[in-house]
Design a protein around this ligand. Structure first.
Ligand code: SAM
Length: 203
């Protein structure tokens, strides 16, 4: 069983930039998931690819605690979990060119107009996240919310450093033995449409 202290990563202090690579015991490509919820997707990815490092961010303490305990029980030494606001971390305290893959699945859509400012995706966040990707890195997003999907698409597809790529790709757990997220399973059972998009940072 892995030690909880090894899995949990503390947010950087005020004014500090997070040493993402330094969170792990060995150098390896880093996949990050923002809003991992109960952590099911990341857990399966990390088990399937022990040679890669996995970094999850979750804000809600209920989900964060659940995911942390799950990662500990599975004894994974290639996973780190941080409880923080991913938008703040990414826009103010994240280093450049460190991520090989960024996963964002079912970000909260905040459907009411007065709550739109709480959404994860805005131009500042997208710029910062593009900076965090290494050239050639993949960024995959999915949501069941049509209006939010359109906004996300506009932000990513109009970004000069991003280009579209196939969402379905066995390397990223998106075909055959598909690595589904908890919300994906729930929404598919309800018959909802899921909007998916994958982009690559230009080399
Ligand atoms: C709808 S759930 C999706 C969970 C998971 N990705 C899935 O597909 O099953 C959205 C998750 O993102 C988390 N979240 C929302 N905004 C966040 C933020 N700014 N920083 C970190 N986590 C956030 C929420 O707490 C929640 O667990």
């Amino acid at each position: 069983m892995a030690d909880l202290q090894e899995i949990i990563a503390e947010p950087p202090g005020i004014g500090e930039v997070l040493d993402v690579a330094g969170l792990f015991t060995r150098a390896a490509p880093i996949e990050m998931e923002i809003g991992c919820g109960k952590g099911g997707f990341l857990l399966r990815r990390a088990r399937e690819h022990p040679q890669r490092n996995y970094f999850a961010i979750e804000w809600a303490s209920k989900y964060y605690t659940y995911a942390a305990d799950r990662f500990r029980r599975w004894g994974l030494d290639n996973v780190r979990l941080m409880r923080t606001d991913a938008r703040h971390l990414m826009t103010h305290q994240f280093p450049n060119a460190v991520l090989s893959v960024l996963h964002v699945y079912h970000p909260d859509p905040w459907p009411k107009k007065r709550h739109h400012k709480r959404r994860l995706f805005n131009a500042e966040f997208v710029d910062a996240a593009v900076g965090a990707l290494i050239p050639g890195a993949r960024w995959a997003v999915q949501t069941d919310h049509a209006e939010y999907a359109e906004i996300i698409q506009g932000l990513l597809l109009n970004h000069p450093q991003l280009e579209p790529m196939e969402f379905d790709d066995p390397e990223f757990g998106t075909t055959d033995e598909r690595t589904e997220t908890n919300f994906e399973v729930k929404y598919l059972r309800q018959g909802r449409h899921i909007y998916r998009l994958a982009v690559r940072k230009r080399r």
